[in-house]
Every structure is written in structure tokens, then in C-alpha cells.
Design a protein around this ligand. Structure first.
Ligand code: SF4
Length: 149
């Protein structure tokens, strides 16, 4: 699939690479101005309103995004561009709108590992993948975004 055929494009971001993520979403918009651009990760979760104001970003997914992105994908596939019932997001709808936090999350102990055998043979030696199997931290260091995320 090419970027011009995508109806939603997303990436994650820390503060250290937020400019790069914004640029990437800008490139996606050039390839397909109708694609919905989604930004998630630590920086957008803490700075969601500011992140959603960027012209290349349509929707910010706050916090743990698996269920939020799935629901968002359903809404985008419907083509209505109405996201008021998707919890855990901040998005543009005239002004920036901040929906309520999402209350439910994926429990990783019930989640199987990804099926790496579906990756085409020619890409197997080129990909660097990491798999997150836990989240959170029991500490609350002042300088760390983990408790916010
Ligand atoms: S820096 Fe963050 S992740 Fe590390 S111990 Fe402190 S709160 Fe936990």
C-alpha cells in the first residue's frame, strides 16, 4: 500500500522527536490530504492540546492507545470524521476538542505475541521491532512522564 492510498496514518513521539513526527505527518498529508493523521506517545499524551493544534495533526491519542486507535479506525472507515464518542483523544473540530479519558485498557497477559511469520521474507532482516509487554511504573519520579502517560 502507498501513502496516497492510506485513510489514516499515525506515529508515536517523545519530546525529543516531536518535530520529526510532525514533519512525517506533514509528508503523509502531502501524499493524501484526506488521510487522518494521528499522533500518540509520551509527548502528545502530556501536551495533547498543543500537539493537536499543529496543522499536520488531526487527532492525538492520549495514553495507552490500542483500544482508542481501534475505535478511531472504525470511525474513520465510516467516513464521517466525527470523533466525539471516541474516548482518549484530542482532536480538531473547529477548535481543539478534548474527549474524556479512556477507562479501559488492553491487558497484556491476555495478548499473544505478534505473528512474525507473516512478515514477508524480504523484510525480515531489515526490520527492527520491539514488543511492549508491560506498562507503568510503581515509582513517581518528578522528572518522568511515566505517571502521566
Ligand atoms: S524514571 Fe520513570 S520509569 Fe524510571 S523509576 Fe522513575 S517513574 Fe519509574
Amino acid at each position: 500500500m502507498h501513502a496516497k492510498d492510506s485513510i489514516m496514518v499515525g506515529t508515536t513521539s517523545f519530546t525529543s522527536n516531536i518535530a520529526l513526527s510532525q514533519k512525517l505527518m506533514g509528508i503523509a498529508k502531502i501524499a493524501n490530504p484526506d488521510a487522518v493523521t494521528i499522533l500518540g506517545g509520551h509527548h502528545p499524551s502530556v501536551m495533547d492540546v498543543d500537539s493537536a493544534r499543529h496543522p499536520s495533526i488531526d487527532v492525538v491519542v492520549r495514553g495507552e492507545g490500542e483500544l482508542t486507535v481501534r475505535q478511531l479506525a472504525y470511525e474513520i472507515a465510516k467516513g464521517t470524521r466525527k470523533y466525539r464518542n471516541v474516548s482518549g483523544i484530542t482532536f480538531k473540530d473547529g477548535d481543539v476538542v478534548r474527549n474524556p479519558d479512556r477507562e479501559e485498557f488492553v491487558d497484556f497477559k491476555d495478548t499473544p505475541l505478534p505473528s512474525f511469520d507473516i512478515i514477508p521474507e524480504e523484510y525480515r532482516n531489515q526490520l527492527l521491532c520491539y514488543v511492549v509487554r508491560s506498562r507503568g511504573c510503581k515509582y513517581n519520579c518528578l522528572f518522568c512522564s511515566e505517571s502521566e502517560y
